[in-house]
Design a protein. Structure first.
Length: 451
């Protein structure tokens, strides 16, 4: 008896220590079983208390009267599946007649408290079926990406969502994106994860970093083109516009439109071309968009208008040519001048880290989801890396990218430097990495003259 008491005491102490220091380990060892039992035991009473039950049907009431039995109780949504995950539980429910997914979504806070979970999110799978994802602990406190990730061309995992699922940046589905964040908000780490994920793929990376290149130039070995000032950025963007036009000419030549060609084989973008003819896709990363929009003289204003015009043209027309924009900045508002709101309308993917003002959050999410605006301005200053990600459908979620140091990103870019494609239109802007006598790296714009 004494030995059993000691063993139970050690088990309880181990569970408490794991819950305090290693919540992920606690969940996999103890938490998942306790949570599943708690959900199954409390399910009927919780659904009734949350108003997620429906009264019995008329035929059941009539049957009970005919057989002189007690009236049947209200019915809760039927559990189709209860699946444990590495971060929580996934509950798939079949709704009763008269219920919809909104009824369940408005009760998420009550479900979270009743089942003793950290977070609850709801999404509709199909008509009459909803999926309730419950997390057992704060998965964003210490981000650990799962070992098995769904990788695909132009689709990279960049962060973890608050429901424990992986947040992917899929350029073929969401071609252009806007990322906002104040200083020390984690925006640079998110950008490094993008570059690190794209480095291993056959894609041309183009960087515009007007902070004298301090963010992107250390990653220069994997970039096909870099610009560190407004004048070079203008030349680079206009070269990309010419490259886009040449890609469209190639697509037109290879469209193969005839009565004998099936519709599915007609080329409409670069992904319909044969692999040997397909030009490499291009991802353009703009580190601080406000620096491209500011001006102090008439000449700078003309340059600014040409830069914004080129960005808008690439955003409107670049997808089919395989050109994707990733616009980053601390501030993004209509006061940056004409063309900014037109550019924003083309940026489908929106990600906002902690911002210093509500206007920036409104520029990110005001046109798609007011709830996302409220979530963005509530990000605390002591939680760098926390962000709100949304898209034009109105859906949004809180995410956090795993911490990637600049050294780790540099090592990955150096490792995959041989995968940097050679794009003739970008050759004048290809960074030259030369070793000095001291062994340090010096980065200079290529001296090749434009043909």
């Amino acid at each position: 008896m004494a030995r059993l008491s000691v063993v139970l005491l050690l088990v309880v102490a181990t569970a408490l220590v794991l819950r305090w220091r290693r919540p992920a380990w606690y969940w996999m060892t103890f938490g998942v079983v306790l949570a599943a039992l708690r959900v199954l035991v409390r399910y009927a009473s919780v659904m009734d208390a949350c108003g997620l039950t429906v009264p019995p049907s008329r035929w059941r009431l009539a049957l009970s009267r005919m057989t002189d039995r007690p009236a049947p109780e209200p019915r809760a949504p039927r559990i189709l599946r209860l699946r444990p995950t590495r971060t929580g539980l996934v509950l798939r429910l079949k709704l009763r007649p008269g219920q919809d997914a909104f009824d369940v979504s408005v009760a998420t806070d009550r479900l979270r408290h009743s089942f003793g979970m950290y977070g609850v999110t709801v999404r509709e799978i199909r008509s009459g079926v909803v999926e309730v994802r419950m997390t057992g602990y704060d998965v964003l406190r210490r981000v650990q990406m799962p070992a098995k990730l769904d990788r695909a061309p132009m689709r990279i995992p960049v962060a973890l969502r608050e429901d424990g699922s992986v947040h992917y940046r899929d350029y073929r589905t969401v071609p252009h994106g806007l990322t906002l964040g104040a200083t020390e908000s984690g925006k640079s780490v998110y950008q490094r994860n993008l570059v690190a994920g794209l480095a291993a793929q056959d894609v041309a990376l183009v960087g515009i970093d007007c902070k004298q290149g301090v963010e992107l130039f250390p990653l220069a070995r994997r970039f096909s083109a870099l610009a560190n000032d407004q004048d070079t950025a203008l030349e680079l963007l206009e070269a990309l516009v010419l490259h886009m036009e040449s890609v469209y000419q190639l697509v037109r030549e290879q469209q193969r439109i005839s009565v004998n060609v099936p519709d599915a084989e007609i080329a409409a973008d670069i992904w319909d071309l044969a692999e040997e003819l397909r030009p490499p896709p291009v991802v353009v990363l703009v580190d601080e968009v406000a620096e491209l929009a500011l001006f102090a003289s008439k000449e700078e204003e003309k340059r600014r208008d040409r830069i914004i015009t080129a960005l808008v043209r690439l955003a409107q027309l670049g997808r089919a040519a395989g050109i994707y924009l990733e616009i980053c900045g601390q501030r993004f508002g209509s006061e940056l001048g004409k063309g900014i709101t037109m550019l924003r309308a083309q940026l489908t993917g929106r990600t906002a880290h902690r911002v210093n003002d509500e206007t920036s959050a409104n520029m990110a999410f005001g046109d798609i989801s007011p709830d996302a605006v409220l979530a963005a301005i509530q990000i605390p200053a002591d939680a760098p890396g926390i962000a709100v990600a949304g898209d034009s459908t109105g859906g949004w979620s809180r995410i956090r990218a795993p911490h990637t140091s600049l050294r780790a990103a540099v090592n990955l870019c150096n490792k995959y430097a041989d995968r940097t494609p050679d794009v003739p239109a970008l050759a004048p802007f290809r960074p030259v990495v030369a070793s000095s006598a001291s062994g340090a790296l010096t980065l200079n714009k290529a001296s090749t003259a434009t043909a």
